[in-house]
Ligand binder design. Structure first.
Ligand code: HEM
Length: 407
């Protein structure tokens, strides 16, 4: 029933986190734009609006390229959070043009379809090896045995992070990502600040080493990179870019893998169809990313007044675009609550749209396809060993683990 406990939008309620999609349906029925006092934001639950707003230049991931904090009606973050913001604010994800354009152009050179395509055999071999070990052990945790190590190794390899240091990446990334949740606690902020300091220091040293002795890796590439206008990355931009690539380069892929397999295991008819026909892998990956969206919400600042459905959202406001809701909007997706691996018309927005469209989408698709193919081929009897627990996060939607066994 609309408005009952189990369908209320409440990002801190475990019942909502267990299945946010009924609450989204209720939000969509309420309107196109909904004021949400708990986070001082305007919620946007419809696909058409989210899709249009992602491309709307009256909105920005930052406002600092146009306004000072006071001028924008906001307060500067507390000085003790400074290391996090210095790191975050110099990465392309939190920049707008012209800085965003300059940095994205330089980084894009490393993410051309051809470069990424060249990684395919390495990614598939690694997926095979990881899945092979899982099968030999008779099962294990799909999260820690396959979903995590695969994208972490790939992005670490691309950036040339020495193997001995790779275990440090996950905890740093997890602590920094705590700041992307709604209303982060002081404890989360303190963790993010500490991780920002340590991660930045680590990369500063690595960059210095690559300056002296360049390799084939992306960090060496970023040091050397300059386009026709001789644009270069500053030292801080280089550190922020490396951290962004390392974090964004695995967090969502890890969650897409486990959310996806958990959805398959809950929908045995779909899993059986996939096992019977591996040519469904590409459409299965798109459908799983839609069905249980790994990144549920993205925010934008309102740089100039906008009007949606008769409501003026004034400059200085913050909007929250509900990707999970947009991906379940029946105006775009037939029977959105049904997992349909053969779905053909699937304009999900899990990789965003507009200028911040995920630069790593082709790589993510290769990784998801590699682990799925390896699991289908080498673990055809894989079943669930224990009911998984959801992580208590909303924005970055994932599981604590996914115990599986060979049936
Ligand atoms: C399933 C996996 C992934 C998902 C769902 C995902 C999703 C997203 C989304 C939604 C955005 C844009 C956010 C916004 O509009 O505010 C984004 C941006 C970005 N992603 Fe991904 N991503 C994934 C994998 C990757 C990988 C493997 C990389 C590797 C390099 C990566 C690197 C980036 C970067 C650098 C940006 C910033 C782009 C910009 O601001 O121009 N992502 N991603």
């Amino acid at each position: 029933m609309a408005g009952s406990k189990d369908v209320t939008f409440d990002p801190w309620d475990p019942a909502f986190l267990a299945d946010p999609y009924p609450a989204y349906a209720e939000l969509r029925a309420r309107g196109r734009v909904i004021r949400y006092e708990a986070t001082d934001q305007w919620l946007l639950p419809h696909h058409a609006d989210v899709s249009a707003l992602l491309r709307d230049r009256r909105l920005g991931r930052t406002y600092q390229h146009r306004y000072g904090h006071e001028e924008f009606g906001r307060t500067a973050p507390p000085p003790e959070h400074e290391p996090f913001h210095t790191l975050n604010d110099h990465g392309m994800l939190d920049l707008e043009p012209p800085d965003h354009t300059r940095i994205r152009r330089l980084v894009s050179k490393a993410f051309t379809p051809r470069t990424v395509e060249r990684l395919k055999p390495y990614v598939h071999d690694l997926a095979d090896e990881l899945v092979g070990k899982l099968v030999e052990a008779g099962g294990g945790d799909l999260l820690t045995d396959v979903a995590e190590p695969l994208p972490v190794a790939v992005i670490a390899e691309m950036l040339g992070i020495p193997e001995a240091d790779r275990d440090r990446l996950r905890p740093w990334s997890a602590d920094i990502c705590g700041m992307y949740e709604l209303n982060p606690s002081e404890e989360s902020a303190a963790k993010a600040v500490r991780a920002s300091v340590e991660f930045s220091e680590y990369l500063r040293e690595l960059i210095a080493a690559r300056r002296k002795e360049p390799g084939e890796d992306l960090i060496s590439g970023l040091i050397a990179a300059h386009d026709e206008d001789d644009d270069r990355l500053t030292e801080q931009e280089m550190i922020s870019t490396a951290v962004l690539l390392l974090n964004a380069g695995h967090e969502a892929t890890v969650n897409a893998t486990v959310n996806g397999w958990w959805a398959l295991l809950r929908n045995p008819d779909q899993l059986a169809a996939l096992r019977a026909d591996h040519s469904l892998v590409p459409s299965a990956i798109e459908e799983l990313m839609r069905y249980d969206t790994p990144l549920q919400l993205f925010e934008r600042w309102v740089l100039d007044d906008i009007e949606i459905d008769g409501t003026t959202i004034p400059k200085g406001s913050e909007i929250a675009m509900l990707f999970g809701s947009a991906n379940h909007d029946p105006a775009v997706f037939t029977d959105p609550g049904r997992l349909d691996l053969t779905r053909e018309d699937n304009p999900h927005i899990s990789f965003s749209a507009g200028i911040h469209y995920c630069i790593g989408a082709p790589l993510a698709r290769i990784e998801l396809s590699a682990s799925m193919t390896a699991l289908l081929r080498r673990a055809p009897t894989l079943t669930l060993a224990a009911e998984p627990k959801r992580k208590p996060n909303f924005v970055i939607r994932g599981l604590e683990g996914l115990r599986v066994e060979m049936g």
